[in-house]
Design a protein around this ligand. Structure first.
Ligand code: SF4
Length: 341
């Protein structure tokens, strides 16, 4: 029971409840004024990464080497607008990048904590390679709630295949260090299910659970068509309740609900339709020029939501090739249930 009611699970259920509220607001316009902004924000305060992972388009579709940092003025503007909207339940530092490359990350977390208060949970998703005692202590003191480390392998051999360029021993050492020094922060380790690591799932789970970490399993997507080798890294599931339900409720719920509750902000203030849009292709607006509420309720954003709601995602440049939705369509044709992230 205690496991079920841990902080992360509670957060997930709260988030789902708010998502339903957001969806009702979409269906019933008189409810819209209650949803003044995104429930979840993913933010990129620096646009680089120090890895070159098997399942990631970084370096292939985005510019490697041109690292850019978000200006303080813009960051503060975003936080103040989120504070005004009062809608944000979660702020996640990670969007097509490695957030710890930003030297000011702890300062940014602290500022978010001060402005957004305890109602907004603050999360960081990282590859764990840049964690040191100093940085861990800084970030914990700054008030982070969740830190999620992507590891994806139990053995060094498998890790090297999936995350070339990073050091397995260093990352697992850093993750253990974080677990020891976490204070009240919630720590999870992530395992992206791939054909390459299939046999290591149980050992991974046992090992990290014994150390007190939560273990999160995910399935990969083709990141809106940006992953060239997707056929080599995809796993399919034959029975996925969520997918069946989505198809059953077609017309009432969209095949993908991300744009209904989330906002994705790049280092220069551009808001992109989806965290999977790596090029990016569909830019909704720019927070340097427009306010958050203008972008959130803009005609442009609603246009993409409409396309998803009406199952016409092919008309969106980004969603067109996305495996999250194309798998559903395929599923309808073949009456099978493919994988979903
Ligand atoms: S369907 Fe569109 S919005 Fe949803 S995950 Fe795919 S690209 Fe993103």
């Amino acid at each position: 029971m205690q496991k079920i009611l841990n902080a992360q699970t509670t957060f997930q259920w709260l988030f789902r409840a708010h998502f339903l509220k957001a969806l009702s607001a979409y269906h019933f316009p008189h409810c819209r004024k209650k949803i003044k902004g995104p429930l979840r924000v993913q933010i990129q305060t620096i646009n680089g990464c120090n890895a070159d992972c098997l399942m990631c388009p970084y370096g292939k579709s985005s510019g490697k080497g041109s690292m850019q940092v978000m200006e303080d003025e813009l960051y503060t503007k975003i936080l103040k607008e989120l504070e005004r909207s009062g809608s944000t339940l979660n702020l996640t530092f990670m969007l097509q990048n490695e957030p710890f490359l930003d030297r000011d990350l702890a300062f940014r977390v602290q500022k978010a904590r001060e402005l957004l208060g305890p109602r907004t949970s603050i999360a960081i998703v990282t590859n764990g390679s840049m964690l040191t005692v100093k940085r861990i202590d800084e970030i914990i003191r700054a008030g982070v709630d969740f830190i999620d480390i992507s590891i994806d392998a139990y053995t060094e051999e498998t890790y090297k295949k999936i995350r070339p360029g990073l050091d397995f021993q260093a990352v697992t050492h850093n993750a253990r260090l974080l677990l020891q020094r976490r204070n009240n922060a919630h720590i999870s380790v992530r395992f992206l299910r791939l054909p390459q690591n299939r046999s290591e799932e149980d050992s991974f789970k046992r090992f990290w659970k014994a150390l007190g970490a939560d273990v999160r399993f995910c399935l990969t997507t083709n990141r809106a068509g940006s992953v060239e080798n997707f056929d080599q890294i995809r796993l399919t599931e034959s029975n996925n309740f969520r997918k069946k339900l989505t198809i059953l409720l077609r017309g009432f719920i969209p095949p993908c609900h991300d744009p209904f509750h989330s906002l994705n902000v790049l280092w220069d203030g551009r808001v992109i339709l989806c965290c999977h849009d790596w090029s990016p292709r569909d830019v909704i607006g720019n927070l340097q020029e427009n306010s958050l509420s203008q972008i959130w309720s803009s005609h442009n954003f609603n246009h993409y939501r409409n396309l998803l709601m009406n199952w016409r995602w092919k008309e969106s440049q980004v969603c067109h090739d996305c495996s999250v939705v194309t798998d559903l369509q395929e599923n309808q044709r073949n009456n099978t249930i493919p994988c979903f992230m």
